[in-house]
Design a protein around this ligand. Structure first.
Ligand code: NAD
Length: 240
């Protein structure tokens, strides 16, 4: 029987690259999107040529939507082997422009969303007797902070803490690991100007941003290393 992966927020960026990576490795895939139906549909059209896929609209910050994502997956495939908590948002501003409303939205999506999927889909996996959860945090949640994204950084630090607690709760049958990418070439960074990027690259030993496929490969390999559990894996090209 083919394994099944759910990737949240997978219409583009790291999420879309992850869906393609798993599809190419013989998994059935669940593409989740919130608003980006066109991108999600294009991805579905591409991967459904090589594997079974479903598209599920769900805002992962909403509990009912998370339950729908889980129920539709079980209805289609009868099992869930891997959950990749990839959906995330950042709203970078000066301190003066930071609002409680935006701070709450970031926490709702990045942290509460991860909590809700880990709670419901993780419980399902525990009852199933097997499963693997990969939470996408960031080096911003570990050790490379940016005051412009202090709200995002706090949410990503929270994801690391959540991962430890869920790893403890679901052991030994469900493994929970965290990936912390550094800079990645995706839409999230599309507004960075070239000078800023060049300056940032000076602090990366490999002297470049990662491509989404490189993060997807780490997600897949972490998921499929059966002795990795409760680990935090940094993929940042070497910080200097
Ligand atoms: P992206 O903006 O291209 O993708 C984020 C995806 O999440 C989008 O498809 C978006 O529609 C989806 N999303 C947002 N809110 C959602 C919600 N409420 N419900 C469902 N989906 C939702 O960004 P990306 O760079 O591919 O980021 C993917 C993950 O990697 C994020 O968690 C991000 O924080 C993390 N990350 C990115 C970088 C980077 O430099 N790009 C670095 C470290 C960590």
């Amino acid at each position: 029987m083919k394994k099944v992966v759910i990737v949240t927020g997978s219409s583009k960026g790291i999420g879309a690259a992850t869906i393609k990576y798993y599809a190419n490795n013989n998994y059935n895939v669940v593409i989740n999107y919130n608003h980006s139906l066109d991108d999600a549909q294009k991805l579905y059209d591409e991967v459904s040529k090589i594997t079974d896929a479903i598209l599920v609209q769900a805002d992962i910050s909403k509990e009912e939507d998370v339950k729908k994502l889980m129920d539709e997956t079980i209805k289609a495939f009868g099992r869930i082997d891997t959950l990749v908590n990839n959906a995330g948002i950042a709203i970078d501003t000066t301190l003066e422009d930071k609002t409680v409303e935006n701070f709450r939205r970031i926490i709702d999506v990045n942290l509460i969303g991860t909590f809700l999927t880990c709670k419901h889909i993780g419980t399902y996996m525990k009852e199933q007797g097997t499963g693997s959860i990969i939470n996408i945090s960031s080096t911003n949640g570990l050790d490379s902070y940016y005051p412009y994204s202090m709200d995002y950084d706090a949410s990503k630090a929270g994801v690391i803490s959540l991962s430890h607690n869920f790893a403890l709760l679901y052991a030994p049958n469900v493994r929970v690991n965290t990936i912390c990418p550094g800079w990645v070439n995706t839409e999230m960074n599309k507004e960075l100007d070239d000078d800023y990027k060049k300056e940032e690259c000076k602090h990366i030993l490999l002297n470049r941003f990662a491509e989404p496929e490189e993060i997807a490969k780490t997600i897949y390999e972490t998921d499929n290393n059966l002795y990795l559990n409760d680990s935090i894996i940094k993929v940042d090209g070497g910080r200097c």
